[in-house]
Design a protein around this ligand. Structure first.
Ligand SMILES: [Zn+2]
Length: 1036
């Protein structure tokens, strides 16, 4: 599913929200990866065994899956964690010595004799003999779930589930009484002789007698069933052990679960139509809620086939992953729809929906039926997403060179939805704002959001659905890929949107913020408990994943990249993958040892800065170091870098005499992970002070670049004299790098400030997006500081010329022109340019006088609404609320929700906060939007303390409601703490965390909030005096 960092639809609000050397050579493939002596690990094993430490190595290696295991009492120390990682690396490369070093009997064979059959049993069994499983997780400073050994035993592997579900959500039942009934028959193959069948089950009640039989057997082997609630296991005990390789059938005749509006598993959603409330049932299984719908082995690598029957009332329709093949009427107006059997797939990709929606339909070149479902009142908003989906599905089929395997692809816009969308195979579910589009009412930002999410979810039909990560620790394989190739899909449909330029501000520079923290995490991250799994649906898995894949495409070259992907998808289709499988597939087609390079980007967190020293004509020297926003931050030791925070860096550059930005893989100068300096000799490099050098053209590389002060001054001078000489991406890069290096203390703040000198001439979107992001951070830090007045004047000055030239007339604007105008209008009104405020008020008044005829162009609506509410009366606020109530387009509703948070009256904001958390039947704000409202209010200088107080007061409520949801909790925590920049706030936050035992999925977000607050405090001390002096010197 897509991340929701840009859940807001308008670009203006989005950015407001956060406001080589000649001798260096590419690491060559040397066949098998054996770069480190095994002696250390073998010695470690000897010691570990002596002191009673266990080691288990398990996962899918290239072309096979295997597990080696030493069952000893375990410890959880940092050194065992490092050893474990090394073990995994060797085993992935096919090295078997590590297994033979284990003296104890292994439960499954080592690689040399491994099973290569699928489905892949890629995880260790929970031992039934008392030994536990080693995790690679070091102890955390914050409370964590107590149960970590949550992986399900794999003695019985499912082949096929036959599931029937019947939903009871009709009068006379009240919504609180809604429920569903179900039954399931599971056929299994016995892999290890066991008398227990493990299934996942959560919040389901069972009645009736279970039945276990062998194929064609008559005798019922069922003995009893028990529950392990901590691990969410239903354990069916049999009267005898199963026989290996024989098939068995388990029948569970009746279970029941509540149909609640909790956005997880099979859940309730509602909407109003002709003044009546209509209830629908829909589902969200990822990551661990299929088990809340029916008992199943709910892990991504445990694939099976599913034959689904949904039982509905006659006025409803049912939809699932496959087409309906038969339909039977039952007593009392019930109908049973039976769906075609699915291909082998993961449980988290199932989808079950019963609703009364309508649809529009089209067919792809390959005859895939494509439907777009929505509420009957909103089905006229589906043509754009349908048309875009059909084009992108066909594009991906051609690009990946793998045919879409299902007969149909449906998309559906759900009124209540937790994430942005979900890639269920053949039935993609969307939040309404991510799928519905209405020309003339939706903005360019809304349109791009729809195209991007459609493209992202379709990419998952291959990356994630056809080939699935073995376990959630490689979530980035799913999300990083989808987050990168989504740009390719949208670029195919809209080449004029410059999607690949937008990438650097949308993803790369955005995630640099998070990944510059010591509380970040490696892309590949060990997780076990569902709370930990929920936590990693974050910017690292999505945006860093996408950024390093983009870098890889650059240094491998397009052709190698594309063919490698086809190889990966074809060799592992309907199966599960470990990240080494991808390196293997890509490395096969190039000279690079892809694994050796990419391990430095996936197995350690953070990223490097390359220092380019330019001290003589014809030469530069390159040195890498780890970038940290706060270099003095104490490392909690949670993750140990296997490479000492050094990377293989594909460095590129251009010069003032060459001015060539379209670099290719042939231009790469590799910096080695040994970290030594590299000297580059090049006659195009002019003397220091005469010409400049610019590192990382097009910002293909995931690293920052720093220079000597003379070179910085030359670059700044170039921007002022003729900024177009430097590519728009690198203008954005210069701004982003300079400000971030100033934040970490690696560059003087005066230099960062000077990168804004030329902005009054800038007319392109990407550099403005980079600048507004940095300046909105300054705005947030200075909002209550005496210096704010001067900063405001400075910002007015920088924006004024552009604003006057562009004006607020966005009629018939091209896509990116509309983006620039949105961004500039937003800055102009925010920093008090009177013409902007007056025009916003005038347009809003005109609308108020004639509510059925909105005169505001969609591209500037966010700014106009927010400014009018901020500058207006209670009556204006009430008008915006009234429009919210009657609006039929979700994107417009969302904009109004955001504008309502712009009030400058504390009591109005308090009232709005109460509305957001109202759980009564009269509640006007959907649960899916509650967190957004609180985050909007936190961005308002007047509202932020109110939001923080409410968050603390209502902690139990937030933990219960959102604490175990994907994205929402992390977003809430960072939203209410983003502005903290004083020791007092730090102490408040620290004391608050210390007082809580259960942080839900928020443990990492709280660690990051503490670190950001420390960094903000330091920033204030170091930079406010510098900014003050500089602003004065500029006459502000
Ligand atoms: Zn996704």
């Amino acid at each position: 599913m897509p991340g929701n960092n840009y859940e807001l639809e308008d670009v203006t609000v989005k950015y407001k929200s956060d406001m080589n050397s000649e001798s260096g050579s590419a690491p060559r493939d040397r066949g098998m990866y054996v770069s480190t002596s095994k002696a250390f690990i073998l010695a470690f094993l000897a010691i570990a065994i002596a002191v009673g430490v266990g080691i288990i190595v398990h996962f899918a290696g290239p072309g096979s899956t295997f597990e080696c295991k030493c069952t000893y009492p375990t410890s959880d120390s940092g050194s065992s964690s490092a050893a474990m990682q090394q073990c995994k690396d060797w085993a992935a490369a096919g090295q078997v010595e590590i297994c033979s070093a284990c003296p104890a009997a292994t439960q499954t064979p080592c690689p040399s004799t491994a099973s290569t059959s699928s489905p892949a049993p890629t995880q260790p069994p929970v031992s039934t003999t008392g030994a536990t499983i080693v995790t690679t997780q070091a102890p955390s400073s914050t409370p964590k779930p107590t149960v970590k050994d949550v992986r399900i035993p794999l003695h019985m592997m499912p082949i096929k589930y036959t599931v029937e579900l019947q939903v009871f959500m009709y009068a006379p039942l009240e919504p609180a009484e809604f429920y569903f009934n179900g039954s399931v028959v599971v056929s299994f193959e016995c892999k290890n002789a066991t008398d227990m069948i493990y299934l996942h089950s959560n919040k389901l009640n069972y009645t009736g007698s279970f039945d276990v039989k062998t194929e064609n057997g008559l005798e019922n082997l069922y003995s009893r069933h028990t529950f392990d609630l901590d691990r969410q296991f239903l354990i069916v005990h049999m009267t005898e052990k199963c026989a290996i390789n024989k098939n068995y059938t388990l029948e569970i005749p009746h279970f029941r679960g509540p149909l609640a509006a909790d956005l997880a598993g099979l859940y309730l959603s509602s909407y109003t139509r002709e003044n009546k409330t209509i209830h629908i049932a829909t589902s969200q299984m990822q990551p661990t809620d299929a088990r809340k719908t029916f008992p199943c082995m709910d892990e991504p690598a445990i694939k099976a086939q599913f034959e689904v029957t949904l039982v509905r009332k006659s006025h409803m329709v049912s939809i699932s992953n496959m087409p309906i093949i038969s339909n039977a009427s039952r007593a009392d107006d019930w109908f049973a729809d039976k769906f075609a059997v699915t291909p082998k797939m993961s449980t988290y990709l199932l989808a079950f929906i019963i609703c009364d929606f309508n649809y529009t339909e089209n067919t792809t070149e390959n005859d895939v039926t494509y439907r777009a479902y929505a509420r009957p009142d909103a089905v006229d908003q589906t043509p754009y997403s349908l048309e875009t989906g059909v084009k992108i599905l066909t594009f991906f089929e051609k690009y990946f060179n793998v045919t879409y395997p299902l007969p149909k692809q449906d998309m559906i816009a759900i009124p209540d939805f937790s994430a942005g969308a979900m890639e269920n195979w053949g039935l993609i579910t969307y939040r309404e704002t991510a799928m519905l589009y209405q020309p003339g009412v939706s903005s360019a930002g809304n349109k791009q959001r729809v195209a991007v999410v459609v493209s992202h979810e379709l990419a998952h039909q291959w990356f994630g659905n056809l080939v699935t990560p073995s376990w959630w620790d490689d979530l980035w394989l799913n999300e990083g890929f989808a987050s990168y190739v989504e740009y390719m899909g949208v670029d195919h449909v809209h080449p004029d949107w410059k999607m690949f330029e937008q990438f650097v501000v949308e993803d790369l520079q955005d995630v640099f913020n998070f990944d510059g923290l010591i509380s970040s995490h490696p892309v590949y991250v060990p997780v076990a408990h569902p709370d930990e799994i929920n936590e990693i649906f974050d910017r690292i898995s999505y945006a860093k994943g996408a950024s390093i894949i983009r870098m890889m495409r650059f240094f491998l070259g397009d052709d190698n990249f594309q063919k490698g992907l086809t190889n990966y998808l074809r060799s592992l289709e309907y199966g599960a993958a470990f990240h080494d499988d991808l390196w293997y597939a890509l490395g096969n087609r190039s000279d690079f040892n892809v694994k050796e390079v990419m391990d430095t980007w996936t197995l350690q967190m953070n990223y490097p800065t390359v220092m380019v020293s330019h001290s003589q004509t014809g030469q530069i020297t390159l040195t890498q170091s780890r970038y940290l926003q706060d270099p003095k931050a104490t490392d909690p030791g949670k993750y140990v870098s296997p490479f000492g925070y050094k990377w293989y860096i594909p460095f590129t550059y251009t010069t003032s005499s060459r001015q060539r930005f379209n670099v290719t893989s042939n231009d790469v100068k590799w910096l080695n992970k040994t970290g030594n300096s590299e000297v580059v000799n090049d006659t195009d490099i002019l003397a220091p002070g005469v010409g400049w050098v610019l590192g990382n053209p097009m910002q293909y590389g995931y690293y920052r670049v720093n220079y000597d002060i003379t070179n910085w001054n030359m670059l700044i001078q170039q921007l002022v004299t003729d900024h177009k000489v430097i590519h728009a991406i690198n203008r954005a890069q210069i701004i982003n790098d300079a400000w971030s290096l100033a934040q970490s203390g690696d560059l003087a703040m005066e230099v960062a400030l000077q990168t804004t000198n030329y902005l009054d001439k800038e007319r392109e979107y990407v550099p403005w997006a980079a600048a507004s992001s940095q300046l909105s951070f300054v705005n947030s830090m200075l909002a209550r500081h005496p210096l704010y007045g001067s900063f405001r004047k400075f910002m007015r000055n920088k924006t004024e010329d552009t604003f006057n030239e562009l004006t607020m007339n966005n009629t018939n604007a091209l896509h990116l022109d509309s983006y620039v105008r949105s961004a500039i209008t937003d800055l102009a009104c925010t920093y008090g340019i009177q013409e902007c405020i007056n025009e916003a008020k005038r347009l809003f008044r005109q609308w108020k006088n004639n509510p059925d005829d909105n005169p505001v162009d969609p591209g500037i609506k966010s700014t106009v609404y927010c400014t009018a509410v901020a500058e207006g009366t209670l009556d204006d606020w009430e008008f915006a609320l009234a429009r919210y109530r009657v609006e039929n387009l979700a994107a417009e509703k969302s904009r109004l929700l955001s504008a309502l948070a712009c009030s400058r009256e504390s009591w109005v904001l308090s009232r709005y906060l109460q509305m957001a958390i109202d759980q009564s039947s009269q509640s006007e704000i959907r649960r899916q939007d509650a967190v957004s409202v609180i985050v909007y209010i936190s961005r308002n200088t007047i509202g932020r303390s109110l939001a923080w107080d409410l968050f603390r007061d209502k902690w139990d409520f937030f933990l219960n409601e959102h604490g175990r949801q994907l994205y929402a909790f992390t977003r809430l925590i960072s939203g209410v703490t983003d502005w903290f920049n004083s020791p007092q706030k730090y102490q408040e936050l620290q004391a608050f965390i210390a007082s809580k035992n259960d942080l839900g999925s928020g443990a990492r977000a709280f660690d990051q909030a503490l670190e950001k607050t420390r960094s903000n405090i330091k920033w204030m001390v170091a930079n406010v005096p510098v900014i003050q002096t500089w602003l004065q010197s500029q006459g502000f």
